[in-house]
Design a protein around this ligand. Structure first.
Ligand code: HAM
Length: 435
């Protein structure tokens, strides 16, 4: 679990602002859900035999004896909220996104944390491939806007309750014949969760799996035509997705189309995002028969890849106080009014220091302006505002704090050409339209 200190937070805010601007363009609305849920939700939703539920949850018993867990992922709880608020009676299509921390007790390594953050997008209602294609295209569009560099999209179809049992039996038959050559974990998984054998990283298992029957070759007509449609739509939009028979994902709720987006630049933990369809999940949680599909982006991994230009900050002005209580009072008032006016970041010492120390502090903070609020300046009715980048100075009235504030604002904004801080709209754009 890592601390995110102020010098990193700017990048997080940029990505989050981009998400909050981008996903609504596709009709998604933000929702915010609790970090703790009943443990039972994840057991039923994600699956008893998954690594996440078996080994990775942070679980506690609360004072009333209920077993609660920190959420290891958001899909199960979004579906829980869908059921709890009877959304299906209000919305035929529910498109939502959420941004926040998830918790999994995994072995830490680069790009893998025990508290990590995801952007989740879910579309609940439509069951056709059309929804999957729009969702995947949206994901890729977002990642491109974050300027992540080259990405590979892996896609597969895991079939549905109609076609998966036959495929599963076929796979078990195939693996049973080669049981001795599988790693001990896969030997154990073989009967309980044979699909997980497909993504085992052990070289011996990988060799066997390369010959194994593929789920995408064993789909029922509905799953097959939906999978074809997804791939056709992606091709139409110029998105290349590689069919990967070994892509099974680690959560049990998946059916039909699943996908992952990986980057070579991430090393061992190379998936920046993953998702897929989960048509039976809402029913399994006691809700109606409503299908859904979605994805989650790992924010720590996205930030390792994203090349975002820092948003231009408001210019900073340092109010330098030279002299006694009168000068300080004047400085305090000017600083407060300037801060309320909002065009500049206003810095000022909270205890008296020498002028030299204040100038040094202003320089260190990258301030554009330094305002000399001193006893002499108050007496003469005028004070200097120095541009610390060019050395130029402008004379500002000190008759009263209101006038000084107005004049300083005008100099910072108009004369020194800094303009107000751009809103999120102004500094984004995909590669082509980069400013
Ligand atoms: P997931 O593949 O488990 O899927 O996680 C999605 C993404 O979260 C991963 O691709 C990765 O970028 C990031 N991630 C996962 N675990 C960690 C970790 N320990 N440290 C850092 N990043 C991590 C899900 O969570 C599904 N709920 C996605 C989904 C939404 N499927 C349908 N809807």
């Amino acid at each position: 679990m890592k601390d995110i200190l102020p010098d990193e937070v700017g990048q997080w805010q940029l990505v989050e602002a981009l998400a909050r601007d981008f996903f609504p363009r596709f009709g998604y609305q933000e929702l915010r859900l609790p970090l703790l849920e009943k443990t039972e939700l994840f057991v039923r939703g994600i699956g008893q035999t998954t690594d996440v539920v078996e080994k990775e949850m942070y679980t506690l018993t609360d004072i009333s004896g209920d077993s609660l867990s920190l959420r290891p992922e958001a899909t199960a709880q979004i579906c829980r909220a869908f059921v709890e608020h009877s959304i299906h009676k209000q919305e035929p299509v529910w498109k939502v996104f959420t941004i926040g921390p998830m918790f999994r007790h995994e072995r830490p390594q680069k790009g893998r944390y025990r508290q990590f953050h995801q952007i989740n997008c879910e579309v609940i209602g439509p069951g056709e491939g059309e929804a999957d294609a729009e969702l995947i295209a949206m994901l890729i569009g977002f990642l491109e806007q974050c300027r992540t560099g080259r990405l590979t999209i892996r896609i597969n179809s895991l079939g549905c309750p109609r076609c998966r049992p036959a495929y599963r039996a076929k796979l078990i038959d195939f693996l049973r014949d080669r049981r001795g050559a599988l790693c001990p974990d896969c030997q154990r998984r073989l009967e309980a969760n044979p699909l997980r054998v497909l993504d085992c990283k052990q070289p011996g298992c990988a060799e066997i799996v390369a010959q194994a029957p593929a789920s995408a070759d064993n789909l029922c007509p509905e799953c097959a035509s939906s999978f074809v449609l997804v791939r056709e739509r992606l091709a139409l939009l110029g998105i290349e997705a590689l069919l990967d028979h070994r892509l099974v994902r680690g959560l049990d709720y998946y059916v039909g189309t699943t996908f992952e987006v990986v980057s070579e630049k991430l090393g061992g933990q190379d998936a920046v995002a993953g998702g897929g369809r989960y048509d039976g999940l809402i029913q399994a949680l006691g809700g109606p028969e409503v299908p859904g599909t979605g994805f989650a982006i790992g924010l720590e991994r996205l930030l390792l890849l994203a090349e975002l230009e820092g948003r231009e900050q408001r210019p900073a002005v340092f109010i330098g106080v030279v002299g006694g209580e009168r000068a300080r009072e004047f400085g305090v008032e000017v600083a407060h009014r300037l801060r309320l006016a909002g065009q500049a970041r206003v810095l000022m010492d909270l205890a008296p220091r020498s002028l030299k120390a204040q100038l040094r502090a202003a320089d260190k903070a990258g301030a554009l302006g330094f305002f000399f609020a001193g006893e002499e300046e108050l007496a003469s009715g005028r004070a200097r505002l120095r541009n610390l980048k060019t050395g130029a100075e402008v004379s500002v009235s000190t008759q009263n704090a209101t006038d000084s504030t107005a004049e300083i604002s005008i100099v910072l904004m108009d004369q020194w050409g800094q303009g107000a801080a751009p809103g999120p709209q102004e500094d984004r754009g995909s590669k082509g339209e980069r400013r």
